[in-house]
Ligand binder design. Sequence first.
Ligand SMILES: [Fe+2]
Length: 333
Amino acid sequence: MSTSVVNTGYQNTVAHSMQTAANCIIPEDSSKLSIIDVEKFNLDFALKSLKQDNVVLVENVKPADADRIILSIAEELGLKESLELQAAFASINGFRENVGQYFMSVNKRSDYEFIPPHSEGNSTTNMQIASLYSYENSTDGGESVLMNIDQDGSAWQCLREVAPRIKIGTRPLTQNEIARAKLLFKVDANVDILCDEDEILRKIDTKNLGFELYEVLTKPKLKYSQILRKDVRVYWDSVASCDHDSAQEYLQFLKNSGLLKEPETELPLEKMDNATGRRVWSSGVMFNGLFKSKITRKLVSGDLIIQNNLTWTHSTANWTPGSGGRQVVAAFA
Ligand SMILES: [Fe+2]
């Protein structure tokens, strides 16, 4: 086994940040946003838009209607159970609180913090749709930036996902061991197998369960989109949030777009990036090789966004502390 241990840290980041300024331009494409007032909303319009890989924006939605609309879309796509499951798990994980029936609070953030783009979850989760609902955003920023993944982009050569992988030893695993791997570590022992291309980050303590498990950087796999009925590449949180260059790119993007809010005394990137503690390597990713277009929207009270979580990422610009209130909640299915 020639699997290598990755050289973590900022090895490429300085060179990357010098290249990135000129490159981080993603065209705004308002034709990809299907807007409808709640009074005229109908399910066919939403489903047709999603099947064209558009983002749906329903305006003037009341909280109870947001629940009703997301449920009707989830039901139609065979994702009702997933919607209920995500809502049930929201508060168990401790980061979020349930708001209404299916929505949950977004992660708390500190002053000037932004959320770089990602699709919710990782390749073992099956969150096909993402939805945002705005109670208010009276701050001087906090724009939602939705980016459409370029399936043929050059970035896919360099991206990796952080994931657990089992090392196959000299004997096959027993059914009991396979079940424990699944239950305790969410690992499919028949699929998630350590291979030569994987770069090991650390050994995971399996408490003598009979198999060796490693956290690795591995090539992202394709995922089947139930909306588009085809396999797609996904910029999962587990791909985006392990990569220093993702934060660098987003910082540069916000600067170029005039969306970055900064205090008088300059803040380092680590203080503004909400995923800073999870970044372990630098991929060299350039957003213009990853995203083909974007939609920028400062959500107002009653805005409901529904998007394909696999082909569209979500991100949020920062704002000046004390400039207003912002309550945007999310649902996933
Ligand atoms: Fe998210």
